[in-house]
Design a binder for this molecule. Structure first.
Ligand code: ATP
Ligand code: MG
Length: 428
């Protein structure tokens, strides 16, 4: 034994065959659903300049202040592993000038990939985790807000998850937040000494963060804080009314949570969360999708003064939910066909047939171990094929074999030649 540590890092996981099939199915359903709504894929780097996430305004959220993996590279550049997908997507949008007249408006993209946050690892909470997200850039229309929400809900529906709660709120425009900041600071001032150190520091920079504090005393203090809904500008009030009206039009049920602020500073106007109280989370509502509008972020990153809206879904948490709420979700079968062989002659033929049918459109495999036919059949069943066949000397001589359907006692005799030429014909 050496004392060198080769173990994977805390808060990271290996996703192995057996589980990967569930991931890939979720990813496929995501792609199909997002395509239906006009979204196309985007892949941005996993690391960016630190400022893409912190920006010169200084983001006061825990995610940016406390949870970022940021470091200096060998060239002395301040970098960060992305903690979320929106900032990098907006950076790419600006840098590639996707706001130009030749591009669709809104510019709708989705991403899926790893995010990094320095957190205390626990069930469904990791340091490298995965998000699937969508962004509709260059849009400022209540219709887009509702489309984005509808799309997220449709994605959950396609995964077989229906029992969800949608909460919405608005953080208003700049006029709203200036007025609300003032009202909130006025309210918080008398409690200043009782606030947590974080909240003391954030109160003047961004008092909204105090509303989102996890500290118990902070939470008691903010319980009676004024509501942002009383500070809405005319534009923001009208905008929010329109969003609610359109949600009603699409029969999307929602609750308004005027205390919701979300975990990043760039949010404006409509914000939302989709929550589940599935047993798999051990009681209470857990957020499985969070998103909102971020008018102002595009210009902060050097682009035009346009709005945008998007959401992110944590895939680890989503998989816990899917597997609990939709037990049939896990793919049941491995390859279409698996060959076991009874002897060397059969094994040779199986090897050739395998190659031909793979080239003719089916997924297939065979046993490669030199074991008795009984063990070969056991192995065949263990691989969960849809069909299997045992090939031996007799089958070689006759030029045909029995193709058995797993999970039923159905078998058919097929000619080797016909099966090689058109395997799908025999695999219903
Ligand atoms: P939470 O309040 O649970 O920490 P958050 O507000 O930090 O969530 P967002 O930044 O809105 O989360 O990210 C959206 C989703 O990403 C979350 O609902 C969650 O499913 C997932 N997520 C966030 N952090 C982690 C993590 N450390 N590990 C796994 N999933 C995560
Ligand atoms: Mg968090």
């Amino acid at each position: 034994m050496t004392d060198v540590n080769y173990q994977r890092l805390k808060g990271t996981v290996d996703i192995l065959p057996g589980e990967i099939e569930v991931w890939q199915k979720v990813e496929k359903i995501a792609r199909d659903t997002f395509n239906q709504f006009g979204y196309r894929g985007i892949r941005t780097p996993i690391f960016e300049n630190y400022n893409v996430f912190a920006r010169n305004v200084g983001d006061t959220s825990d995610i940016v202040e406390k949870q970022m993996y940021d470091f200096d590279d060998r060239g002395g550049r301040r970098l960060a592993l992305r903690p979320e997908g929106t900032a990098g997507t907006v950076r790419a949008y600006v840098e590639n000038k996707l706001f130009g007249p030749e591009y669709p408006k809104p510019y709708k993209v989705y991403y899926m990939g790893p995010m990094f946050r320095y957190e205390r690892p626990q069930s469904g909470r990791q340091r490298q985790f995965t998000q699937i997200g969508c962004e509709a850039l260059n849009s400022e229309s209540p219709q887009i807000d509702v489309e984005v929400i509808s799309e997220a809900l449709q994605f959950f529906k396609q995964l077989g998850i229906n029992d969800l709660k949608l909460t919405v709120n608005t953080l208003g425009d700049k006029e709203t937040r200036d007025a609300y900041h003032k009202a909130l600071i006025d309210y918080l001032k008398p409690y200043y000494d009782q606030l947590s150190d974080d909240s003391k520091e954030r109160m003047y920079k961004n008092p909204l963060r105090v509303l989102d504090s996890k500290d118990e005393t902070d939470q008691k203090i903010v319980a009676n804080a004024p509501s942002i809904l009383d500070s809405l500008s005319d534009y923001s009030a009208k905008y929010f009314e329109e969003v609610k009206k359109l949600l009603d039009k699409l029969n999307i049920k929602y609750e308004i949570d005027s205390d919701m602020v979300r975990g990043l500073d760039y949010y404006t106007q409509t914000i939302f969360e989709i929550m589940s109280d599935s047993d798999v989370f051990g009681g209470g509502y857990v957020t499985v999708c969070g998103g909102g509008r971020y008018n102002g972020l595009i210009s902060q990153l050097g682009g035009p003064d346009e709005g945008g809206i998007g959401y992110g879904i944590g895939v680890e948490r989503l998989l816990l939910l899917v597997q609990k709420e939709n037990p049939d979700f896990t793919p049941k079968y491995g390859p279409d066909v698996f060959f076991a062989s009874a002897d060397d002659e059969g094994d040779e033929l199986a090897f050739e047939v395998l190659d031909k049918i793979r080239k003719n459109g089916v997924s297939a495999d065979k046993n490669y171990q030199d074991v008795k036919v009984g063990s070969q059949i056991k192995e065949a069943i263990r691989r969960k094929p849809r069909y299997y066949a045992v090939i031996g000397k007799k089958e070689v001589e006759e030029g045909k074999f029995e193709l058995s359907k797993v999970d039923s006692d159905q078998t058919q005799t097929v000619s080797v030649k016909e099966f090689e030429d058109n395997p799908t014909k025999f695999l219903s």
